[in-house]
Design a protein around this ligand. Structure first.
Ligand SMILES: [Zn+2]
Length: 303
């Protein structure tokens, strides 16, 4: 049933009455290209929105309130100068009014988010699930994009980004239990709730005990909340994977950065590395390769 739905969605079946077949999009390749194109477009628009989030959330500014304005002259940016990717290229990275240079980071983020969305589309399309499975992935990927930037620069993971994602995870699992391989909404909610509560309780204990033993924070509360959101969106298995892979990545980076400091004749003690970006990176890894990595890992163990 699920496969059938997906096939219909892609126009793979012979039914010629679908609107995309009527406008000539009946060949599998073109249908794929068409949907991937829109995934990139929507992703680029979301990337533009996430840029606004990254800029405004740490300053406690409203996301929806004031329209975007130039940092140089303060002039509001008109809609036709605010089209993702396109406007940046047309304006060659400069404000139309004052000519101030716009950091290429904005363009890069729009393109990367576009590719990320297309990647999720392709990933879920190749599996035998219905397209709705994209929803929790897209939400998690968007949270990851914001977290990588804000936490790396400012060492915080704002609650306004994690709390809505926790709610969205529970809601997705209850409304689309089939996407999490559950049958009823209660089972879906339990699965997502277990991912949320399990990481929340486990990591809170770890943070409190770790603080007592080490005498300093081993785990920030922002990291705990990020993990709770990831747990709600991916379930217990995803949460465990993201936690382990993210911690491993952060630790390896810490060792590498520490060795670099020691080689320059400084103490490794002053080093502070945020864990959030590594957890976020691990979340992206889970979306695209989690299943394969876990399967291969267990194959190694049972050999
Ligand atoms: Zn300007």
């Amino acid at each position: 049933m699920e496969t059938e739905l997906w096939n219909q969605f892609l126009g793979m079946t012979s039914g010629k009455s679908d609107w995309w077949t009527r406008i000539g999009l009946y060949e599998g390749f073109w249908v794929w290209g068409f949907w991937l194109f829109w995934a990139v477009m929507i992703g680029a628009c979301m990337g533009s929105f996430l840029n606004v989030c990254v800029l405004r959330i740490p300053r406690h500014e409203s996301i929806a309130g004031a329209p975007s304005h130039c940092f140089g002259c303060g002039n509001p940016i008109r809609w036709y100068d605010n089209i993702p990717v396109w406007s940046y290229c047309i304006l060659r990275g400069k404000c139309r009014k004052c000519g101030m240079h716009i950091p290429p980071r904005y363009l890069v983020m729009e393109i990367l988010t576009g590719l990320l969305y297309a990647g999720i589309m392709a990933k879920t399309g190749w599996s035998e699930q219905s397209p709705a499975v994209m929803l929790p992935y897209v939400i998690l990927a968007s949270l990851a994009v914001i977290t990588i930037q804000i936490d790396w620069k400012r060492r915080i993971i704002p609650d306004v980004t994690t709390y809505p994602c926790m709610a969205a995870g529970l809601l997705c699992a209850a409304l689309l239990p089939g996407e999490f391989a559950r049958e009823t909404w209660q089972q879906g909610l339990f699965f997502s709730g277990l991912g949320l509560a399990g990481t929340g309780i486990g990591l809170s204990l770890f943070a409190v005990i770790g603080r007592k033993i080490a005498g300093q924070d081993v785990f920030g509360w922002g990291d705990v909340k990020f993990m709770m959101a990831a747990g709600a969106l991916t379930g217990p298995a995803g949460a465990v994977f993201i936690l382990l892979a993210g911690s491993l990545g952060g630790t390896l980076f810490g060792i590498w950065a520490g060795l670099g400091r020691v080689r320059r004749g400084r103490s490794w003690r002053g080093i502070r590395i945020p864990l959030g970006p590594f957890l976020a990176g691990a979340a992206l890894l889970w979306i695209f390769a989690g299943e394969i990595l876990v399967k291969e890992y267990f194959k190694l163990l049972t050999r």
